[in-house]
Design a protein around this ligand. Structure first.
Ligand SMILES: Nc1ncnc2c1ncn2[C@@H]1O[C@H](COP(=O)(O)OP(=O)(O)OP(=O)(O)O)[C@@H](O)[C@H]1O
Length: 239
């Protein structure tokens, strides 16, 4: 089976000449189906750049990025857009829901953009909302729901259909700790069901939901810890 994500010797340089910024420098990372990998590191270490490259939102300057075996750098714009729509789901700190659409419409939107028929898209959106415990709010608008419910809609949107790779950038940042833990439990459950996820987080406690923690510094993976290592001890041990 293909890895959900392979990043091999990946570099990303922004700008050129004296002002060039090396956001990633020869980064290597492989994530298998079923794995939840936490990405930690100081501000500016390249975490968001890593997620953007993994999701095909940005392109590597050098190296290989493969999602479920597909080399993103060799795809046409249209094929890359299809990978983004079909295989990758994104969860952001600020939810990024469309206020004028109901919960179910927000979740079915990526499917409809992918030309799935409306009735089937709605069926799949309802299933995804059921999976995140929001079976009762299909027709509610985001503004009428709590922050935790809005983030669960965003997770439903990220997992709807057959997305094998979920990318979450500080997804609990705007939530109280209890609600945040519930959101992470959903990501964990999705990985236990076979998806892969990358979770960028600053909180060692949240990394406890992950199978592995990778630590970035200056655009490269400088350390990794498995689930047997306490994330708190791992972070405390950073130089
Ligand atoms: N579009 C861009 N143009 C120029 N430099 C950029 C751009 N995007 C990111 N960078 C630089 O690349 C480096 C890595 O940034 P990145 O946002 O990936 O780090 P991060 O670990 O996510 O940081 P934070 O935790 O603060 O969000 C930083 O030095 C940043 O200033």
């Amino acid at each position: 089976m293909n890895a959900a994500l392979e990043m091999i010797d990946v570099s990303r340089i922004h700008g050129r000449g004296d002002t060039a910024v090396h956001a990633l420098r020869g980064l290597n990372l492989t994530v298998q189906p079923g794995e939840l990998v936490a990405v930690m590191g100081p501000s500016g270490s390249g975490k968001s750049t890593l997620l953007n490259l993994a999701g095909g939102l940005d392109q590597a300057t050098a190296g290989h990025v493969r999602v479920q075996g597909q080399e993103l750098g060799s795809l046409s714009r249209a094929a890359l857009a299809e990978v983004r729509r079909r295989r990758v789901g994104y969860v952001f700190q600020d939810y990024n829901l469309i206020p004028g659409l109901t919960a179910a419409e927000n979740v079915s939107l990526p499917l409809e953009l992918d030309k799935v028929k409306a009735r089937e898209a709605t069926r799949q959106a309802h299933a995804a909302l059921d999976e995140v415990g929001l079976g009762g709010v299909y027709d509610r608008f985001p503004d009428d729901l709590s922050g935790g419910q809005q983030q669960r809609i965003a997770i439903a949107r990220a997992i709807v259909g057959e997305r094998g790779l979920v990318l979450a950038d500080e997804p609990t940042g705007a939530l109280d700790s209890e609600t945040g833990e519930a959101v992470l439990a959903l990501l964990r459950a999705r990985c236990d069901a076979g998806a892969a996820a990358l979770l960028v987080t600053h909180e060692a406690r949240h990394a406890g939901w992950a199978d592995r923690v990778v630590w970035l510094r200056d655009g490269a993976v400088v350390d990794e810890a498995g689930a047997t290592t306490s994330p708190a001890a791992f972070v405390a041990g950073r130089p």
